[in-house]
Every structure is written in structure tokens, then in C-alpha cells.
Design a protein around this ligand. Sequence first.
Ligand code: F6R
Length: 609
Amino acid sequence: MCGIVGYIGNRRAVPILLDGLKKLEYRGYDSAGVAVIEKEKLYLNRSVGKLHMLEGRINGNDHQARIGIGHTRWATHGRPSDSNSHPHTDCTGKIAVVHNGIIENFLELKEWLEAEGHVFQSETDTEVLPHLVEHYLKDDLLSAVEKMVARVRGSYATVVLSEDHPDTLVAVRKDNPLIIGVGEGEYFFASDIPAIINYTKKVMVLADGEIAVMTTQGIRVYKDGIPVDKKIDIIDWDTKAAEKGGYPHFMIKEINEQPRALRDTLTGRIAPDYSGVELKEVNLTDDEIKRIQKIAIVACGTAYHAGIVGKYVMEKILRIPVEVDIASEFRYRDPLIDENTLTVIISQSGETADTLAALREAKNRGARVVAITNVVGSSIAREADDVVYTWAGPEIAVASTKAYITQLIGVYILTMYLAKSLDMIPKEDMENILRHLYRLPNQAQEILDNLSGQLNEIAEVFKKWEDAFFVGRGLDYAVALEGSLKLKEISYVHAEAYAAGELKHGTLALIVDNIPVIALSTQPDVFEKTLSNIREIKARGAYVIGVTFEGDTELKKSVDQVIYLPQTLPLLAPVLTVVPLQMLSYYASVHRGCDVDQPRNLAKSVTVE
Ligand code: F6R
């Protein structure tokens, strides 16, 4: 999604803006631009394509400006082009605006502004914003931006710069993230922390409807015209966390961080005697838990796949019906949710537009909402009733890896928390599961240490194959869905995941000689059944890569290659099974020469519908 940066202070703005935009590249973009004010004149530089194209344009023009705004655009309204890139300006070229989100009533506003004599240069919805500011600007930039906001419907994080106010930035947000970095005599705006972490660790999170005015003298924040006292949070990330640290790509760095991420997410959550879990930000009473008649899990993409694991795990242990929904479906399908439904929202970023809307929908219907999220202070974390934080750390690669694996831990520990209150788990089973959970970080490390050579070799098959299948039953099917998404998104191989028993109801027609099929077989209760399905696939000539636990003597007889995982409980297998699938996709992407961290057309944080 689009990335925003803004700077006001005593340093040169352009290098800070470009550096910030580079740190936001992971969000996905197709054009970029900056606007600065130098000697009371506004200068604009924009370019379609990657940031080096923008840098090329700026190069001959070494601005000394101390104030400016920058943007990376992920096209929604209008194709990627120089003229559709942000910042957008008004008719006079004196007002510049960057925007993340969608202005839903832009057509009606554009018609009105054109009738008023405004001339538009782009196909974007955003361009109505600088024209609205121009229309309302008398002396005070803040009041013009307030009037602009009163006219627009939709979602926005936006920063406004005006040549007539050369020492002021005004920013406002609704349903899109915007943070303010507080330095010594300098301020920063950004869509996300990596853009400013090199300059300051003091951050204010702008809330929906708040409007901030920054000068070098200080910052004021208002809501509905009333000053707001904002709290400053100190970011405890090490700057290295947002850098590649010697790895060729963020994705492989993040895959390798998984043992640490698992450990951090488990730390402090499991009682030392393995008698239960402690979740500090979950405040459900035993009575409230006993009233739960249904659990609704809602999420998008990879987080949705973590939700499917959640359905299997929760239904098995809690014996409560669990529905899993894609957020963009849930929000519009008039869901059967009420005060006896526990809604579990899963989101890495905590800002996904559809997931946030689903959370609000569930709350409107009286449901209690627990969020499993990675970003402290995100919209989803703030609006949920209870939060289970995953401590994956910043995830920069578009393809989610360490966030997914820690979401699984979130699901397991929430299940154990509910199970204890409901008395649904014998003491020794609780102890056994928690002991095995505790071993997962080291076992994930073993996989990373032992399997990368084998997986790199297997991935060579994707140099020539454009199609692949992933099959499995039960929890293996849930992980197959995630494995196939990973392969699709970063290597552009068309991959499909099937419940192993479902393949023969149509899709088996696509199995031809040597086509790669990844067959997951970690669930003992359906092992024999899955094996029969694998034999059916093998009999049609496929190249089958099996995944199972060490100690297997059967699967290896029916497949071409086996990937062996350290032994854990079948219930916890997804945490280990997914690791080789992530590595396989990574190596496939590298072999195919794809842009691993920023796959085409995709954005990291999907803050528009
Ligand atoms: C795929 C991926 C996406 C996200 C989805 C939800 O690798 O990362 O499918 O999982 O866009 O994002 P969050 O979890 O931020 O709500």
C-alpha cells in the first residue's frame, strides 16, 4: 500500500524523505514522489517506477529544503504514471498533498470543483484534496484542512504542505495508519515505524479523526477542534530489526528469525509448571467464557490460513463450533454473530481495511472481540476488547512468514486459555501440549539448519514448472493452503491446495507426468487415507514431495522425495510443516529470478478495500 513520509526540522529534508520512502518500499508501490519548500517556493519531483527513478530526477536539483512530504503510490484510481504519482497539487501549484486510502465521493467532489473552475491533472481520487484545500484556504492551513475533511467520505492518511505556510505541516487520518516521530526540534510523519526509526524512537500514534499541526516550534493535535494531549510511546526496536542484516532478502531473514519469534511469543505465556497459560491483555471472566456458544475467526490471506488452523484446533479441544471467514466476505454477508459469539480477529499489521471493518461489524452485533495481532497500538489492537500480541517483530517482506507462525502460537495459547476456564482439557493433556509448544522454537531451528540444502535443490523443479499442487488432510490441508499461497505470491507459479480426499472430484484431471505435488502427511488419524490419495497422484505420473515426521517408514515408499520434520504432537504440526514450505517458495522465487520481497502487484499492508 502507499507509504507516506513527512519532515520538518533543521536537516535537509530530501535525503530524509528518500530514506524514509526506501524503508517503506516493502509496502509495495509503483511510483513515488516528493514535494519540498525551499526559499518559500514549492518544488515537486515525481516518477513512475522504483525509487531510483525518482532519485535520478532529483539528482540534478540538490534541494536544501528543511520541510517536505514524500509518497510511494500503489495504484488504485488510475494507472501507475508520473502524473498519477503523489504528491498532488492544486491549480496554483502552491499546495501539495500526499494521501493513503480512498476518497469514495471523489467523483462528485471533482465535478463540483471543476464547476468552480478547478483544473485536474490526474486520474486519481487524491487530487480532489489539494483542490479542496485551495478552495477553503484563507489564512489558516489548519482550518482549510478541517473543511477539506468535512467534505470527504472514505479513508485517508494525508499530509498537506503549502507554499504560503512554509514552516507548517498538517496531517489527518481516518482508517489508515499515520505516526508522528518526535525528535529534537524536528518532527516526522510516516505510515510505519521503519521510515523514522533511524532518526527517533519517540512516536505518537495519530488516532482516527485527529489532526496534527507541526512547526519546528512544536506540535499540536486536535480532535473535533479540541486540543488532545498525546502520549509519546518509545519504540523498543533495534534499528537492525528493520534491516536485512547480511541476508540477501528480508523474506529469508524473517524465515530464519522464526525460532526467536516463536520463543518471544511464548515467553511469559506458559506457566512454569505447564498448568496453563497467562494472557495479560485478555480479560474474559470464567462466566463470559462459559457463555460462548460460537467462535468466529475473521482475517485475510495468510492470517486467514492461520484462522483455518484455529478452527481445527479450537473445535477439537473446546468442542465449540468455529466458523472461519475471509474478512471481505464476513463484513458484507450479514453474519450470524451475537453477544454469545467470541470473534477472533487475526492480523499481522492490525490495519487491514477489511479486517478492521469486520471487527467493527462484530462489535456492532454485540460480540466480544479478541485480536491476535503483531503491531502494538495498531487500529485493530486498539479497537478489540482483548489482545493476544504476537511478538514476531517488524515483518518487512510482503510474504508473511514469522507473522503466520506466531499467529499459530496465538491460536494455540488462546485455545489453552479458554480450555482451562471451560474445564475442557485434562491436566496431563494441558501439560503435554504446553511442553511440546515450548520445544517448537528449537525444532524450527533444526529444520532451518538441516533442510535448506535439500529444499533449495527441490525448488529447482520450479525453473521449468508453472503449476504445482499442495495436498493434505485436516491440519495438513490448512497448511497446504498457506504453502500454495506462498509459492504463488513470490514465485508466480500457479499453485493450488486441495484437501487430499477432494482431488479426485475433478482436479485429478490436471495431474500429468512430472507435475510437482507437495503432499503433507503429518496427521496419524488420516495417514492411511492420505497415503492412498498420494498413491493415486503418483500413479498419474506426478513428482511427489512428501512431508512427514522423522521415523516414517511408509510415506517414503510412495513418493519421490521426503522432507522429514522433528517429531511433535500432530496438533502442533502446522508450526513445523509450514517452515519447509516457506523455504521451498523462497528458493523457487530466487531460482525464477523474481522480486522476492516485493512481488508484483502486491502490497504489505492492505489498507484499502
Ligand atoms: C501473504 C500475506 C497476506 C496477509 C493479508 C492480511 O503472505 O502477507 O495475505 O496475510 O494481507 O494482512 P494482515 O495480517 O496484516 O491483516
